[in-house]
Design a binder for this molecule. Structure first.
Ligand code: GLN
Length: 282
């Protein structure tokens, strides 16, 4: 029909990003970034390369389907399958918790503890998930070796894939296990981001509906994992070794009390927003 609008007129990517940002605003704290990450994923480009070429690009046809998933509160990292953590680009699936910037506090604390010539040789990551903490620590100490334990076989698979992806498969071993139960070795550095949320706590839909419950919830008070870990820790730490645990924003005293009662010294670590985010235990 003469004069009708072409139905398949390509949408400019810049216009698609504006539209997607507006639709994502009620769902996400970072709607523009999310829209860019979805578009870059659909175009199989880095976000940087996509933005540099923005005026010449049209919206990818898959964009709408990816946007629909994000509008259903699915975390961006599960949609794109990757997440940056510390110096690493990691693969993530719904079988593992999405690595969070908060957890980089544990790596900073470990580096502060092992300053100078002293370096940890043997590193353990309990509840390793994607392997993020162990692989970040191994990246910081190229001579160190590490073991990551998780109770989920699917998580162990993801962590192994990440070790290979980061070129650390020769130094990082991942095994199925129940925290440190049955381990005969001792470690200079133990990293652990256990589940620490009370079982009836209300979580954002993004977390609650999409992330693995086993990585989040730990009994009525959220402290069950720390109780068990306080019991196991004495048989896992090498002389002079330290363990660094992530904790919930309101658990500095309750979690510390469990480790103090088990005979350890405990020091709090604050994150960038000033919350106590981790405990150094020795
Ligand atoms: N930090 C996560 C959250 O707030 C919880 C992670 C955990 O329980 N270890 O959703």
């Amino acid at each position: 029909m003469a004069g009708s609008v072409e139905p398949d007129e390509p949408v400019k990517l810049a216009d698609w990003l504006r539209m997607a940002t507006a639709r994502l605003a009620p769902v996400s704290d970072t709607p523009r970034l999310d829209a860019e990450l979805l578009a870059a994923h659909a175009l199989a480009m880095s976000r940087e390369a996509m933005l540099l070429a923005l005026p010449r690009l049209v919206a990818p046809p898959e964009g709408e389907a990816l946007l629909a998933r994000r509008l259903d509160h699915e975390p961006i990292a599960y949609i794109t399958g990757t997440r940056d953590f510390w110096t690493l680009s990691l693969r993530v699936t719904p079988d593992v918790l999405v690595p969070r910037p908060d957890s980089e506090t544990l790596i900073e604390a470990a580096i502060a503890r092992f300053e100078g010539p002293e370096a940890p040789q043997q590193i353990l990551d309990l509840g390793t998930g994607s392997g993020a903490l162990l692989l970040a620590a191994l990246d910081a100490w190229p001579q160190a070796r590490g073991l990551g334990i998780d109770v989920s076989p699917a998580a162990v698979d993801v962590a192994r894939e990440n070790a290979a992806r980061c070129g650390m498969a020769d130094r990082a071993e991942f095994r199925l296990g129940n925290w440190g139960g049955g381990l005969a070795a001792r470690f200079d550095l133990i990293l652990c981001n256990p589940p620490y949320i009370a079982q009836d706590a209300l979580l954002p839909r993004e977390v609650h509906a999409h992330e693995p419950a086993g990585a989040l919830f730990a009994g009525v008070d959220g402290l069950d994992a720390y109780r068990l870990l306080a019991d196991q820790l004495g048989s896992l730490l090498a002389p002079g070794g330290v363990a660094i645990f992530e904790i919930g924003f309101d658990q500095a005293e309750s979690a510390a009390a469990l480790f103090l009662a088990a005979g350890f010294a405990v020091a709090p670590v604050r994150d960038l927003s000033g919350h106590t985010r981790a405990l150094v235990v020795k």
